[in-house]
Design a protein around this ligand. Structure first.
Ligand SMILES: C[S@@+](CC[C@H](N)C(=O)[O-])C[C@H]1O[C@@H](n2cnc3c(N)ncnc32)[C@H](O)[C@@H]1O
Length: 196
């Protein structure tokens, strides 16, 4: 009971921090609330023990927790987040995980501690709000960090993939719709992007 109270308090404090960062940097945070656990479960589809994972834009760590709960070793996970406040919170919450304060676009400069190319990139960055040129940069960096056959998971609130067909084509990628959940604010779609 006492433990449950502490958990609720921690969750409330994470939500408060999310809202305060949202007010300061609405376009960078790009969401009205932290993602739900249901969405997090979809974002970690096929991730399991032994997977090497890079997470982009972790916020308060909803996906980070789901990645660890899927059996990924903390040493096999690198988190890149650009917001200082979230970085402090993530480091406190996940002491065994490498959390780096950086722009997701510079992925490859920061993944030296992974023991080989990544199997998955789990992206929480608001890709839909990125101009096309930044999307191209972020995706090309991500796919250089991924092994052949690796997957990039992205959620979005619109029904369409946040990466246009022309950008996918330019990079030799393809996107498939993975899952949808109503249990998120707002309801969300998960896409998987991979090499053709
Ligand atoms: C929509 S929130 C998602 C947070 C969390 N993954 C969740 O689902 O609750 C977007 C997050 O991406 C971070 N972010 C936005 N642009 C970024 C970038 N270029 N590099 C790294 N992080 C970024 C924001 O600071 C924020 O934490």
């Amino acid at each position: 009971m006492f433990g449950g109270g502490l958990k609720t308090q921690a969750l409330r404090s994470r939500q408060q921090q999310f809202f305060s960062n949202l007010l300061k940097k609405p376009f960078s945070v790009g969401a009205v609330a932290p993602s739900s656990r249901r969405l997090a479960a979809l974002m970690v589809s096929d991730i399991g023990p032994g997977s090497r994972v890079i997470e982009l834009g972790a916020g308060t760590g909803v996906f980070t927790q789901a990645i660890l709960d899927a059996g990924v070793a903390p040493s096999d996970l690198i988190v890149i987040e650009q917001n200082e406040g979230f970085v402090v919170l993530l480091k406190e919450r996940f002491p065994g995980v490498t959390v780096i304060k950086a722009n997701a676009i510079s992925i490859r400069q920061h993944i030296g501690s992974l023991d080989g190319p990544a199997d998955f990139v789990v992206s929480g960055v608001p890709l839909l709000l990125f101009p096309a040129r930044r999307k191209v940069r972020l995706l090309s960096e991500a796919f250089r960090a991924l092994r052949p056959g690796g997957y990039f998971h992205q959620f979005t609130y619109g029904g369409l993939c946040p990466v246009s067909r022309s950008v996918l084509q330019l990079l030799g990628l393809e996107a498939s719709f993975l899952r949808f959940t109503l249990f998120n604010l707002p309801p969300a779609f998960v896409y998987r992007i991979q090499r053709r």
